[in-house]
Design a protein around this ligand. Sequence first.
Ligand code: NAP
Length: 538
Amino acid sequence: MAGTNKTFDAVVIGAGFSGMHMLKSLRDKLGLNVRVYESGDTVGGTWYWNRYPGARCDSDAYIYCFTWDKQLLQDWNWTERYPEQPEILRYLEHVAERHDLKRNMQFNTRVIGAEFDETTDMWRVHTDKGDDVTARYLITAVGSLSTTNIPHFEGLETFQGKWCHTSRFPRGGIDFTGKRVAVVGTGATAVQAIPEIAQQAKQLTVFQRTANYCVPARNGKVDPEVVRARKADYDGVIDRIRKSFFGFEYGFIEKSALEVTTEEREREFDRMWDAGGFAFWLANYQDMFFIQEANDLCADYIKRKIRKTVKDPVVAEKLIPKGYAYGTKRQPLDTNYYETFNKDNVLLVDATIDGPIERISGRGIQAGGKEYEFDIIVFATGFDAMTGPLKALNLKGRGGRTLDEQWVHGPQTYLGISVAGFPNLFTLTGPQSPSVLSNMPVSIEQHVEWVTDCIAKMREAGKTTIEATGEAQEKWVAHVNEVVSGTLMPGANSWYMSANIAGKPRAFLPYLCPEGVGGYRRKCDEVAANGYEGFALA
Ligand code: NAP
């Protein structure tokens, strides 16, 4: 199949959740001839690549799945509240087989470039396997967190042990038994991996640049009665998550954290803490993301929990987040994370207290003037989020313009799904859409449905191209930035703010819709109902 020069109605890049659904929808609803290119050797996307120890879903599984296969919602039984990576991958493989998706997918194939041909109004797409194909529509389903960030550490090439990044973990894993291991980073990935690695390693040293606010995941078996009730009411569940703020079955407490009594607030905090998962982050007092004093109360609660859990007060102090508001970085979910620092074989090296990483040596890591020796270094250093995977595609729009040129000061999109000057390009869960600020499958399904509907309407109306206008894009970018400037989010050096990558222009990457994902869905539907307002159709 590789090395072809065929013409397709649509090329989809990526075979994760979004690429799989996009293919299913365009092929089986609209009857289009679709080709999916995927660099991995099977479906899965994020769940194919992220196979580090402890990798599991952070959303409750009953809403972290496809909702368009109603029968499968009834038939599939998740083993736990947050299934592990292999189980999610098995689910996606099962979906691929059940819907015969692989026959339109080409694996082990990376898209290395694509340009819009203004004479034919077609995209020409090139792969590393020599394919040179054309397609009317180009749809990126490349994920928001798929371009690995390995910071430039001087001397890495001299390290004599093994090293890897969590999102490129070797298949079959790494045996840490009896080894001296370093984990660099303390984001959501590291928070999952550290307790697992600590159980095996002889000595684990964690290099922390910024302490995180972690809340308990509370994973476990789900009560069969709860499972039965959810299955009996899946239509209700789907309706609620689609209309919700963040794609979950909960919303903010409609009060200020500052207006209630201390007793009431503690009761609510305890309730959310005990419930586990994202409740503390995404269903807290409504002013938590906006008012520093309200936020401080939430932060203080977590800090008290850290001090109570971590036995050594010096280590506890290192783990206390400082200098940014709670919730403005992605919430990591903790299963024995803080407890792990009570173990004798675990050491925490904090950049601000012990000194930052200076270089990698042949034997290990030098930080704060001291050399730490390791057999294995695991980089849990995150991703060039959202814009990285799109820029890596080397797309050229009208006049040969690239996204690099267009996005010098940060992403510029319309609705997070299209880019002016790039006709018939759809960016599923792209920058400036809610995407990573929501339960991903909810946002993926909304984009896939919108794109399918758009293409169907274009074909009915005999239109060949759709393209965001520069004016609509400018307004959208201004709107995205204005909304976030009213929150505490810009104060954090988060990947949401593009702050994790040296030299990346500081810009907020997702879209925090003031009416949540439900409101964003309405906005996109209104645009369509108004004849694709803000787009030029030809
Ligand atoms: P991340 O949140 O970007 O964390 C990277 C960590 O590496 C941070 O602690 C960061 O410190 C540190 N770091 C980066 N560059 C460094 C450098 N040059 N020197 C020292 N430390 C450095 O990445 P992640 O943990 O992989 O998570 C990324 C996202 O993936 C999450 O936010 C989440 O959206 C997603 N995720 C989802 C799940 C799930 O749902 N199951 C699980 C894991 C991750 P700073 O904080 O100082 O930048």
